[in-house]
Design a protein around this ligand. Structure first.
Ligand code: AMP
Length: 212
């Protein structure tokens, strides 16, 4: 049996065509069913639905053999025990720094001010500002990052940006682009040895179906 960990929403939707290419058709719709283990048309493959930030943990400890996770989540989790064979080029976005439109970020940085930065992506933010030589106090949040500069909790946020509409709707502007993000296939290293042929078949089918 092969277990694949996915999160609901964008990653699930955008992984479906890759699964199809591997002959794996999921039999339940996660938006309609409350099931957390989904059968597929291949009796040897099942999908487990976990929180996006838990996908690397499931795969690292063998709760799943494979998983699909954003590069942002992977960097925050760390890559120990995980083989990363493919950039699936799905769920694309970027990690950026954003501030209130009336906040002069450039001069704050130039003057060496200490910045308060709210983010879910503490590891990415810490490394970025350290490399830039900017002193920051990082405030860990789990959601609604956009609210932090609007309420005075922070001067800046580090968050995922796709179209930029969420920032615009909250009167925020993107001032730095830290990195481009897409989803990656991750594989448990022990499973790769023990179930080599089955996992290789899935990796090869995914690889052949990745959009150029
Ligand atoms: P947008 O308004 O299109 O710039 O999207 C920004 C919002 O969607 C932010 O709240 C992000 O956290 C979230 N978001 C954008 N892209 C992704 C992605 N690939 N994966 C997860 N969340 C995302």
């Amino acid at each position: 049996m092969i277990t694949l960990a996915l999160s609901k929403g964008r990653i699930f939707e955008e992984t479906l065509p890759l699964l199809k290419a591997a002959g794996i058709e999921v039999l339940d719709d996660p938006e309609k069913s409350r099931k957390l283990i989904l059968e597929t048309r291949d009796p040897q493959v099942r999908v487990v639905l976990v929180r996006a930030s838990d996908v690397p943990t499931y795969v690292q400890y063998g709760g799943a053999d494979l998983g699909v996770t954003g590069l942002d989540t992977l960097i925050e989790h760390g890559i120990q025990g995980l083989y990363q064979p493919l950039d699936l080029k799905i769920a694309k976005c970027r990690v950026s720094v954003a501030v209130r439109s009336d906040f002069d970020y450039e001069s704050a940085v130039r003057q060496g001010s200490r910045l308060r930065v709210a983010t879910k992506y503490v590891a990415i933010a810490r490394e970025f500002f350290a490399a830039k030589g900017v002193h920051v106090d990082l405030i860990k949040l789990y959601g609604s990052m956009e609210l932090a500069p609007l309420t005075g909790l922070a001067d800046a946020i580090v968050d995922l940006v796709s179209t930029g509409n969420t920032l615009k709707a909250n009167n925020l502007v993107e001032v730095e682009r830290i990195m481009d993000i897409s989803s990656r296939l991750v594989v448990n290293q022990a499973a790769l040895k023990l179930k080599r042929d089955e996992i290789r078949r899935i990796i090869d089918a995914f690889e052949g179906a990745i959009a150029p």
